[in-house]
Design a protein around this ligand. Structure first.
Ligand SMILES: Nc1ncnc2c1ncn2[C@@H]1O[C@H](COP(=O)(O)OP(=O)(O)O)[C@@H](O)[C@H]1O
Ligand SMILES: [Mg+2]
Length: 510
């Protein structure tokens, strides 16, 4: 007899239906798993046998064949333990087979028959719900599964015995409740930063339009401090974004306790990060930092210290909003629409361009250091600001600074204006100016006559590339949105151009 249990395989953040078929037949005693399993799946054999034994079920002295269908789909991970064990329990008569028919099952087993958490429960639950099925998953992952739908049946169990009892009706497991992680009460506030008016302004523009930002300045000027305060001026995730972001976190196994959060992700990988850590992949397909920062911020501190290969791998996700990873026999795609915030010192010793400072290595020091970042990467950064050392006056007698709350209100208003505009054009409401295509930005910019003249003069004198031109328009559009202006005016363009030039001036001054 063949018993069948439904489970899933993951392709990117998509859960694909997989059928676990278990057959017990006379023959050589043991379990064999077929159907393109990877090493973790093959090891299931040992865990399933031990867990069944610990649960008081002895394996039949027969040949057990487990087939994971479709056979041509690669199966990775340890979540096949539970469907395989339940398939065997059905074959042994410990669980009635018709009970499991309407469920999708995933979970890892420990040797004592307990069910341990696995990654990907949220996408699996969404898939099961779309197919009108219920879900059986580890107890810890229950709150995460509950987000998929308020009605679908969910059995979040601690052990194999609990599942058997639940289906026999002796001890029914209650449906888990969706849980949201409380927002951190005290995010660091912008008001703590003294001076740095221009950098703060750039941070506000970046938050309003989703633009990439590069801060260049000597050590101790407050670059890291500024970046860490960006989350405090970003609005929370909209419900649709929340699910999207949580699906990625779920696949990466980063939803602790199955709790979702409506805070935008803020990822700050160390500069020793490998390419697999940054864009995803590695031994097992896993989303990288660029995907974990989806709909949020990727902060790269000390940008030139990252390996040039890693930095170059950012270009594709920055442009396309997703990261594509080539595997041995297939490709995996993860969403990666993030905002890049980068900080760097102008040269290795950090003091190039400071008044009165002369670097022993001369201008080469800065040129070499900045040369570590490729032109095409810098070209994708819309806003560049110099963050000079904070002045003594600012430090000792600071002017009253705005709080994050006040800045957030302006950011929210500017985002609302973008949402209205993009919704009217039939685009998703979460679209931001920074995400626009070149043709779209030309359509929405609505530059007035004096603005057009300035743009013309600047383009001729400064020899913009086509990409630079469109990026300036996007930033100017955000500036107009912050100003509640319908058309992009000369002042907006002038300010947008100044942020473009800061980086170039720095390169030549060095
Ligand atoms: N503008 C500023 N206002 C208040 N404190 C500052 C400012 N700039 C730097 N500091 C202080 O200096 C420390 C180092 O700043 P940091 O952001 O790490 O500088 P950077 O990243 O530019 O090297 C901060 O923790 C803070 O105490
Ligand atoms: Mg720093």
């Amino acid at each position: 007899m063949v018993s069948r249990v439904k489970t899933v395989a993951f392709q990117g953040i998509e859960a694909v239906a997989v059928d676990v078929q278990v057959m017990v037949a006379p023959g050589k005693v043991g379990i064999q798993i077929v159907g393109l399993p990877d090493k973790a799946v093959a090891e299931s054999r040992e865990r399933v046998q031990a867990a069944l034994h610990a649960s008081g079920l002895s394996m039949p002295p027969k040949k057990v064949t487990v087939n994971l269908a479709p056979a041509d789909l690669p199966k990775e991970g340890s979540h096949y333990d539970l469907p395989i064990a339940l398939g065997l329990m059905v074959a042994l008569g410990a669980v009635p087979s018709d009970m499991l028919a309407g469920y999708c099952v995933l979970g890892e087993l420990s040797l004592d028959g307990m069910i341990t958490p696995v990654a990907g429960v949220l996408p699996a639950a969404m898939r099961a719900n779309a197919l009108d099925m219920g879900l059986i998953c580890p107890a810890e992952c229950g709150p995460e599964a509950a987000w998929a739908s308020a009605e679908m049946p969910i059995v979040a169990a601690r052990s194999l015995i609990q599942i058997a009892n639940h289906f026999r009706g002796t001890q029914v497991i209650a449906r888990p409740e969706p849980v949201i992680r409380a927002a951190p009460a005290n995010l660091p506030d912008l008001a703590e930063i003294k001076g740095q008016i221009i950098a703060k302004r750039a941070l506000e523009i970046a938050a309003a339009g989703g633009h990439n930002l590069l801060m260049v300045g000597p050590p101790g000027s407050g670059k890291s401090m500024l970046a860490q305060r960006l989350p405090s001026i970003l609005p929370p995730l909209a419900p649709r974004e929340l699910l999207e972001v949580s699906m990625i976190a779920s696949i990466a196994g980063e939803l602790s306790g199955g709790k979702l959060s409506d805070r935008r992700p803020f990822r700050s990988p160390h500069h020793s990060a490998s390419m697999a850590a940054m864009v995803g992949g590695g031994l097992r397909a896993r989303p990288g930092e660029v995907s974990l920062a989806h709909r949020g911020v990727l902060f790269l501190d000390e940008l030139p210290e990252f390996s040039p290969v890693v930095l170059d791998s950012l270009r594709q996700p920055l442009e396309g909003g997703e990261s594509v990873i080539a595997r041995a026999n297939h490709r995996v795609t993860y969403p990666a629409k993030f905002q890049l915030i980068a900080a760097m010192n102008p040269c290795r010793c950090g003091m190039a361009g400071e008044p009165g400072h002369r670097c022993a290595r001369g201008p080469r020091c800065a040129a070499d250091y900045q040369g570590r970042i490729s032109g095409p990467l810098v070209d994708r950064i819309d806003l560049r600001v110099e963050v000079p050392a904070v002045t003594a006056t600012d430090l000792i007698r600071p002017a009253p600074a705005e709080t994050s709350e006040e800045v957030l209100a302006r950011v929210v208003a500017a985002r609302k204006r973008q949402a209205e505009r993009f919704s009217a054009l039939g685009l998703p409401a979460e679209t931001l100016n920074a995400h626009c295509s070149a043709s779209l930005v030309e359509e929405i910019a609505m530059v007035d006559a004096p603005g057009s003249r300035l743009l013309q003069e600047a383009a001729e004198k400064l020899k913009f590339s086509a990409r630079a031109y469109h990026r300036i328009l996007k930033v100017a559009r955000t500036l107009a949105d912050l100003d509640a202006a319908t058309s992009v005016q000369r002042v907006h363009l002038a300010e947008a151009i100044s942020y473009r030039l800061a980086g170039e001036r720095l390169a030549t001054a060095a």
